[in-house]
Design a protein around this ligand. Structure first.
Ligand code: DX5
Ligand code: ZN
Length: 232
């Protein structure tokens, strides 16, 4: 598959990947917020529609305006009903990874093919209550699986530790495909929780509150990555 330079760099990065979630940033000064997390591997963009989740965030117009300010990957996480309706808009806004919820569409297989046709990585996310087995038929087609470690809709929630069993299960399923498929976790990721998720098999970590609310976001990113690597 032909991927752009940003994705090429991400896919060639050794060790765990870290993406701050913009949701926890200061929205009165997004340019400054991005400058504070330049050591991250990607920027995680949470899109909420007030239907799939009980909250509304921001849309493709904002993402498009941010594109010139960030030269790394845009990891777009759609928490919306009918994600297929937003494919063109986010491709046009500069999304590199397009992640949608399995629970949000009847036609996941078709959407995955359409995402890939547009040169983006295709990811599927599962809510905490959705079992790993639901991924079985589609897994070999995916570039990324996102396991929610909170119920989607809000930043700043507590990590659901029992999800580590599911992380381990999906890691094993990915191993069996023989393919490189990223395993991302999202929700409540901080110094105290990242090690457990990493040990269970996650290799791509989304962190909102812990990074953006830290006194020194760059140092926090480094700390989280070291922990995920099992260094500290
Ligand atoms: C939750 C979002 C997350 C969230 C993470 O619905 O998908 O990306 O912003 O925020 P923290 O790290 O604060 O749990
Ligand atoms: Zn997210």
């Amino acid at each position: 598959m032909v991927v752009n330079k940003r994705l090429e760099k991400l896919l060639n990065t050794e060790g765990p990947l870290l993406a701050p979630s913009l949701l926890a940033a200061d929205f009165t000064n997004l340019a400054a917020a991005l400058a504070k997390v330049s050591g991250a591997d990607a920027l995680h963009l949470d899109i909420m529609d007030g239907h799939f989740v009980p909250n509304i965030s921001y849309g493709p117009a904002i993402v498009k305006q941010l594109r010139p300010l960030w030269d790394k990957v845009f990891d777009v996480h759609l928490m919306v009903k009918h994600p297929e309706a937003w494919l063109e808009a986010f491709a046009d806004a500069g999304a590199d990874i397009f992640v949608f919820h399995l629970e949000s569409t009847d036609h996941a297989h078709r959407l995955v093919q359409e995402i890939k046709k547009r040169g983006m990585l295709a990811g599927i996310s599962l809510n905490p209550s959705t079992p790993a087995s639901c991924l079985e038929a589609i897994l070999p087609d995916l570039d990324l699986v996102l396991l929610m470690t909170v119920n989607p809709g809000f930043g700043g929630q507590s990590y659901i530790e029992s999800m580590e069993k599911k992380i381990a299960e999906v890691r094993e399923m990915i191993h069996k495909t023989g393919k490189k498929i990223l395993l991302q976790v999202d929700g409540g990721i901080k110094e105290e929780t990242i090690t457990g998720a990493a040990k269970a098999g996650a290799d791509f970590f989304v962190a909102g509150t812990s990074v953006f609310k830290a006194d020194n976001p760059e140092a926090e990113i480094e700390k989280l990555k070291l922990r995920a690597r099992g260094v500290k």
